[in-house]
Design a protein around this ligand. Sequence first.
Ligand code: CAA
Length: 257
Amino acid sequence: MAYEHIQVDVEPPIATVTLNRPKVLNALSPELIGEVNQALRELDADDRVRAVVLTGGPKVFAAGADISDMAERTAVEQLHRDQTGRWAGIAAFTKPLIAAVNGYALGGGCELVLMCDMIIAGDSARFGQPEINLGIIPGAGGTQRWPRTAGKYAAMETVLTGAPITAARARELGIVNKVVPAEMTIEVAKRVARQLAQKAPLALRMAKEAVLKAFEAPLAEGLAAERKSFYFLFSTDDQKEGMRAFLEKRKAVFKGR
Ligand code: CAA
C-alpha cells in the first residue's frame, strides 16, 4: 500500500517504518497515526517480517500530536473522534518493535516510543512530555507508561515540568536500551531487529505478550499466563527444532510453526 505520511521499507526478515512529515517535525496527525496503524497491521500479517524498526529518520523522531489539528477542538469533538484511542493498534503489534530515536521525541512522539519494545537512542535524542505547557496532559499513555518504566518521581518530573531529558538521562532512567552516535541510531536498531529476527517467531510473540502482561496484571495472574505460554510453546515445531539443534550442536532454523 502507498503511504503519504510514512515510509515503509520491507527488507526481510525486518521492516522499517519511517515517520515522514519533516516540515512539521513529524507531528503526529490523525492521518499519520492511521497510516502507522495500517502499516503495522500489514507487517503483523506478513510472514517475511519478524521484527520492525520505527523511526522518524536522522533528525527528529516526532514533536508530538499535531497541535494545529487540536488547537480549536472541543471536548465533545475529541471524545467522538477518539484521537488517542486510535493509537491502541500500535501498542497491539505482536512482533518486536524497536524505536530508533534521533532528536526530539516529545508529547505523543515520546508516548509512541514508550509503546515500543526496545529503544535505541542517538546521542541527540530528547525525550519529554511538554503537554503541560499547552494546558493539557499526555493523552496517549504518557502518564501511565512513564511511571511503569521510569518510576513515580521521574514520571512526575517529566509530566509536571514538561522539560525534556537527554538520551543519557533517559538511559539512566531505564527507558532507553542503548545510546549511540546519532548517525548510527537506525543502523543499530536494524541490527537489533535482525538479531531478534533469528529467534523463534512464536516464542518472540509469547515473550513480548508475557512481559507486557507484567504491566497489566497482578503477579499471580502474570505468572499463570507465562506458564500457559511456556507449555503452549512445546506444541510448536520451533521448540523441537531449538532443543534438538542445541543437542546436535548446530544452529537452529526457526520457521514460526
Ligand atoms: N504540531 C504541529 N506542528 C508542529 C509541532 C506539533 N507538535 N511541533 C513542531 N511543529 C511545527 C512548527 O509549528 C513549525 O512549523 P512552521 O515552520 O510552519 O512554523 C515546524 O514544525 C518547526 O518547528 P519549530 O520552528 O518550532 O522548530 P524548533 O527547532 O524551533 O523547535 C520544538 C522544536 C522544541 C520541538 C518545538 O517545535 C515544539 O515545542 N513543538 C511542540 C512540542 C509539543 O508541545 N508537543 C506536544 C504536543 S501535544 C501531544 O502530543 C498530546 C498527546 O499526548 C497525544
